[in-house]
Design a protein around this ligand. Sequence first.
Ligand code: EPZ
Length: 421
Amino acid sequence: MDAIVVKGGNVLRGSITIAGAKNSCLALMPAALLSDQPLTLSNAPRLSDIRTMARLLQTIGVEVQEMDDGRVLSMSAHQLTQVRADYEIVRKMRASILVLGPLLAREGNAVVSLPGGCAIGARPVDLHLHALEKLGAKIELSDGYVHATVNSSSLRGTTVSFPSRSVGATENIMLAAVLAKGGTKIENAACEPEITDLADCLRKMGARIAGDGTPTIEIEGTDSLNGATHITIPDRIETGTYMLAAAITGGELTLRNARVDLLPAFCEKLDAAGVQIDSGDGTINVRNRRERLKAVDVATQPYPGFPTDLQAQFMAAMSLAEGTSRLDERIFENRFMHAPELARMGADIQISGGSARVHGVKSLRGAPVMATDIRASVSLILAGLAAHGETTVSRVYHLDRGYERIEDKLAACGGDIRRIN
Ligand code: EPZ
């Protein structure tokens, strides 16, 4: 099992190209199921999650062609061979549930394993299932699988009002409603940039969607959709992670193929902590304005609020900041597992319920630490870059799910970081 070894203290300087957004690509790929013509995605990130989604689609009968070293995916679903997503694949990646909506829309039935929980929480899919039932699906749960069927000839458009914001449930409904009979109005829809990216791609396929990026999305169902070519937006979480890598080492990085407009609340907090952010056409330049970051308070929120996927990384930076910061995790019930690992490196963190108080310390010490999810693992890498001595982060398969060749990208900017197995 691979591990990553970081020797701290180097100041990062240089440029990093940001990959396509994992969480956008994982919603765009199931859209291929909606048409018998090819959907081609470019700027796809080369991550294990993407390969897992490709494998899942192939088991359903989608032909997946990888080009340009995995950056371009061409998917053709002209003849599906099954409507089943097995536990073996789904347990590795929760986003597999996103084949449920398009399979129902295209074939009228689907058997998809329940994803099960993960380290950061129970991760239920009740919002997905209730919304699909509103569109006319009959849903039964048995032996750990969702058995979904559509009695009439197709799903029927309606108003779906979510009791709480859900990125995945919004995506699943969009992927179903575009082929439903009549109009669908989604209320309390998620507003993340990945929702807008999915809507842009579906519109290129001929779907009629408006209001994406706001809490109310209107979709007019069509009988069929065409193929299309779509460029995945840059990964805003990878972007924020490398902005923090510059900040925590007191260095300066230029991020290419990066969009600062995808991270409004995060950039505001980073600026308040004393980080200078200058953006140009498709680039972001990051450097510290002061010797030491200032502690700032953060509460994670649905977009456009502070992203939960950057909370762990931000905590690593606040561990060395001047003052005390309060981090409230309001999206997931158990997303502080990086805190005890950071504490083993000397961070001073008190957790109570969904709130963490981080008292900045002058320095961290390298230590053997363990990752528990994608973002917790990268927060330990960030801490290791700034710590005195050597940090070994084990279980890096979590990292490889969300970060494309992180050790190469950081080493190219002066980071003393290498992968061992
Ligand atoms: C997406 O997960 C992302 N994953 C997550 O990124 C991200 O943290 C999350 O959105 C929030 O922004 C992908 O896009 C593949 P939700 P998703 O449905 O869709 C609860 C990463 O590190 N909920 O918006 O699963 C849920 O438990 C990952 O890249 C229900 O109760 O998130 C959570 O508390 C981690 N019932 C809250 O809603 C449901 O049916 C928000 O979850 C669905 C969700």
